[in-house]
Design a protein around this ligand. Sequence first.
Ligand code: ATP
Ligand code: MG
Length: 567
Amino acid sequence: MTAKTEAPSNFIREIVKTDLAAGKHTRVMTRFPPEPNGYLHIGHAKSICLNFGIARDFNGVCNLRFDDTNPTKEEVEYVEAIKADVRWLGFDWEDREYYASNYFEQLYDFAVQLIRDGKAYVDSLSADEIRAHRGTLTEAGKNSPFRERSVEENLDLFARMRAGEFEDGTHVLRAKIDMAAPNINLRDPTLYRIRRVSHHRTGDAWCIYPMYDFAHGLSDSIEGVTHSICTLEFENNRPLYDWFLDNLPVASRPRQYEFARLNLSYTVMSKRKLLKLVQEGIVDGWDDPRMPTISGLRRRGFTPEAVRNFCERIGVAKRDSMVDIALLEYSLRDDLNDRAPRFMGVLNPLRVVIENYPEDQHEELEARNHPTDPGFGTRMVPFSRVLYIEQDDFREDPPKKFFRLAPGREVRLRYAYLITCTDVIKNDAGEVVELRCTYDPATRGGNAPDGRKVKSTIHWVAAAHAVDADVRLYDRLFSEADPETAGDGDFKACLNPKSLTRLKGCRIEPALAGVEPGAIVQFERLGYFCADSKDGTPEGPVFNRTVTLRDPWAKIDKQLKAKGIIG
Ligand code: ATP
Ligand code: MG
């Protein structure tokens, strides 16, 4: 499937369309506003596709804005990783790479304006006292004893906060709204706090930093954003978002719209939790192929198209729900099926000697690189007397429905010949270590001239020509569908102990000897695999299994169709 150029509609797109038609805006401007305190994950991809997708489809623009107002948790490494991930997903912010920190001076001026207008004050209660004064959902808050400070005193104190005269936590600047407001966000929210730490961009220029709510909407306004799209948990912050715009001399008036965040089964998505997995060495970094991060998905072998198609399939709704991770895997298979060339590789090799094949002979057999797309062409695969097949493809004592190789039985070797197993060699422990077979020279290419049928076709490689490879098989990182709630609050309690299996001594076709890191192939019958971009060795590549060929959840296709999720 090729990437569509226009995404299906959703309620936010309808709003944009209506606004444009009504002449409310002549040009749409959206933004993707990550906080650089971790790597992006698949949930962010949903937001990126929505924001950049709207800009693309309505001839507007989308800014990349780093919401960098919390210097204790933010790092340049994250900024760079975020940029690389957005680019990889196929989106371009051109020269509009913005930072909330670029606006610190202007935001400070806005704060001073609020003080002058009697709409903000310096509070000297401690954080705990402020919390205690805030009240609850059913109980109004109490005014701070510092709420009625004079404008002059507030201006003086705020200037001295900025000048570094006070310790962290001694004062904050608060908006003076209403301590009895039913919406707790309006109970005199904090605008600035003292944090005497360096910022990754502004260095030591500031020791007071604006709060997210204050900085976010005003940054939108400064940039001229028209539609400020965020996730549902900010719904109750919208009145505050609007309050700042109503009470300050802003040049442009963005509007906030909320949509449901992506939740994915068997996955945690909060950056705080992902950071924990990284810091505690539970995974091999942010780009561990088991992580739901964009960099993890990339290293696993996801394509940008697969991620974008997934984001289109899940749609944009106003109510939270959990998306089955099988849908992500479905989108991946759907994309890789069309783009991954096919090869043969043996994960657990079993030696096969073709006794009637001459010892000093070898031949090259033609193999198709794709089953349905002739554009992929063909390649030559070496065949010789000693081969490897998959251990699983042989049973000495085959059960009823096992049609693959067994003593006395004939099977087809893909692209090669029909072979028959004539003898089984075992080691002292009684394990099968080698099969003796014969081949029928008249069946070159895999078909018998007499029309006799075999029930099974298996993959193989020629022992002397094959290349060694390490392969890593991945399973879900968590064994519970909802790790957030399953482990009694401890999401690590339901980590899947079998999420990673490392295989050594796998044997793959020689055509893959110099495979490019990041290349994605299908090993026939085994799944899609991606040559690892970090861990290849001079002796051979390391392949990550991206996804198996069939989903373990039978009938997923049917279910998706029944739900109307796919056509
Ligand atoms: P987390 O809770 O994982 O730390 P966040 O919301 O704090 O995420 P930000 O960097 O602030 O992370 O997010 C940037 C943008 O991505 C925001 O507009 C946010 O709403 C959006 N976003 C974050 N997580 C998701 C998600 N799971 N689904 C959709 N959008 C998301
Ligand atoms: Mg956030």
